[in-house]
Every structure is written in C-alpha cells, then in structure tokens.
Ligand binder design. Structure first.
Ligand code: 3PG
Length: 305
C-alpha cells in the first residue's frame, strides 16, 4: 500500500518523520509531494496512491479520476471544503478530517491577531487592551472552545453563538450563550469567526450583520475567506472608520483592502493558523493512524462523506 502526503504548504519535518513512522510500522510505503506549484504534479503523484494525506490541497473530480488506486483521503485538519465529497463518494473513496488536532494552534493565532490589532499593528503608538472587552465566538466547535479558554485568561468577557451546539454546553464552559448571530455581533466589540465554509455560510458575514457591531469593532477571521462577503465588508469599512479587520486568510480583494484601509486591515500572506510543529504533528499523525485503521481494520471513524 502506498500513502502519499500531498501538501502544497508542507508540514514541519518532525511531523513528516512521525507520519513516516506510523505508515512504515504498518508495512506501507510513504511518498511525499511537497510545495508543488502545478496541478499536473499532483495528478501525476496520485496515480498509484492507495491513500492521500492533504491539508488545504484541492481534491476535485480530476484528481480523483487520476487516482485509480485511491481508497481514502484524509484532510489533516478541520475544514474539508477543499475536497469534492460527492465526487469522492462516486469514486468510492472515503474522506476523513482530523477534528480538533490543530484547534489550539488556530485559537492562539486568533488571540494573537486581536493583540496585534489593538496595539495598532505594533507601530509604536498607544493602543488598548483585551482585558474586560467583550469577545463573541461565532461557532463553538473545537477552535471556538480553545479561543474561549485562552480569552478567559486574557480577562475578556466571552460570548458565543452556535446554531448547532446546545447553550448548556457553552454555558458549562463559563461562556455566555447568545441566541443568534445578530445578537452576538450586536453585543461584542470583538468577534472571532469559526464557522466552516458551506453553501449555507458562504457570504453570510455581511454588511447587515457586521454593522451591528459596537464602536471600535475588531473582526477576526481564522476560518475561511468565503464566509465573509468582501464587497459588503469593504463598503462597511468605508462607512465606519472605527472598524478593523484582521484575517489569517487573504481576501480575494486583498489589494483593495490594503490600499483603502491602512492601519485597519491585516492579512497573513499564507494561512498560518495551523502552521505549528505541534499542530502538524497532531494532525499529521492522526491522519496516518486513521489511514492505517481504515485500510487495515475498516475503521470509518471521522468519515465525512
Ligand atoms: C483547517 O481547516 O484545519 C485549517 O484551516 C488549517 O488549514 P491548513 O492545513 O491548510 O493550514
């Protein structure tokens, strides 16, 4: 059996070593395609792979067509909007993610972006503190929970809205559960987005919702760029000189944001929420174990299609 790691944005070496150990201990072979720049390289590498470990790498019908021996794809991470699930099912390929494995890394970055924003991007001028401020967590999944835990350490007042997570679970963590996204944005000066990109959520963070936010609003996006309606956010930031947007996912309209909102906008050049040795090890080794468990024992835990 051949397991391919196909990562345009590579894991830390220590994580690749750990994955190799798991795969070779099962008697399988490990192949590596890192930092590829052309889809053709991926199409070529998947030809004889029985299993693939990916990150935000696109696995569409064309990739699945090329991967004639493929049985399983594991997205080492949380969001699997980069995989065509219907095409995978049609090709009889199992798709899994590794929920929670990189959640702390993303949560730490979310708080880091908040500090960066309120300290004026470290430009030397006097900023503000997070202590005592209201933080709204939009979706209380693995990342949201970690953001809540860390934000409490900062002394923030933490609120959350999650359409699927019971209020009792949220309240059990000492976080105030609110009944709607509108209420969350209305109450909180800081909002951290942790919703997945789905047909339902794409473009859902719009002008009407964002305009609910109080004065000196800071919107933090470590989720997906697609969930924010960029044209409406630009319009809002033109109308409201107090509004700050910090993102770990460069918007499609990055140049326009950067030009129009100096001092109120920042985006990382490459998504780096999960770019820590720890997250790479956790997610990478979980992916390797899930592949071995599936190929050897038929274990389908974490299957998403
Ligand atoms: C995820 O969904 O797990 C995060 O967005 C991390 O993505 P990455 O593996 O491409 O860094």
């Amino acid at each position: 059996m051949k397991v391919l790691i196909a990562t345009e944005k590579p894991f830390a070496k220590v994580a690749v070593d750990g994955i190799r150990k798991e795969i070779e201990a099962a008697g399988y072979e490990l192949a590596l395609l890192e930092k590829y720049t052309e889809k053709a390289q991926l199409l070529d590498a998947v030809k004889d792979a029985d299993a693939i470990i990916i990150r935000s790498d696109i696995v569409d019908a064309e990739v699945l067509d090329a991967a004639k021996a493929l049985k399983i794809v594991v997205r080492a991470g949380a969001g699997y909007d980069n995989v065509d699930l219907a095409a995978a099912t049609a090709h009889n390929v199992c798709v899994m993610n590794t929920p929670g494995q990189n959640a702390n890394a993303v949560a730490e970055l979310a708080l880091g972006l908040m500090v960066y924003a309120v300290r004026h991007f470290y430009n030397g001028t006097s900023g503000t503190e997070l202590m005592g401020k209201k933080l709204g967590i939009h979706a209380y999944g693995n990342v949201g929970r970690n953001v809540a835990r860390i934000a409490k350490g900062f002394g923030m007042e933490v609120y959350a809205f999650d359409a699927y997570c019971p209020a009792a679970v949220i309240e059990g963590d000492g976080v105030k559960a609110l009944g709607s996204a509108e209420e969350l944005y209305r109450v909180c000066q800081f909002v951290s987005i942790h919703i997945p990109a789905t047909a339902e959520t794409k473009n859902s963070i719009n002008h009407a919702l964002l305009n609910e936010m109080p004065k000196n609003a800071v919107l933090v996006n470590t989720a997906r760029k697609e969930v924010v309606n960029e044209a409406e956010l630009i319009r809002l930031m033109e109308e409201r000189a107090d509004f700050i947007y910090v993102s770990d996912i460069m918007p499609a309209a990055h140049a326009e944001f950067a030009e129009k909102f100096p001092g109120r906008y920042f985006a990382t050049p490459k998504k780096m929420g999960a770019q820590t040795a720890e997250a790479n090890i956790n997610a990478g080794i979980a992916a390797a174990r899930q592949i071995v468990g599936f190929l050897r024992d038929g274990n389908e835990k974490f299957k998403v299609n």
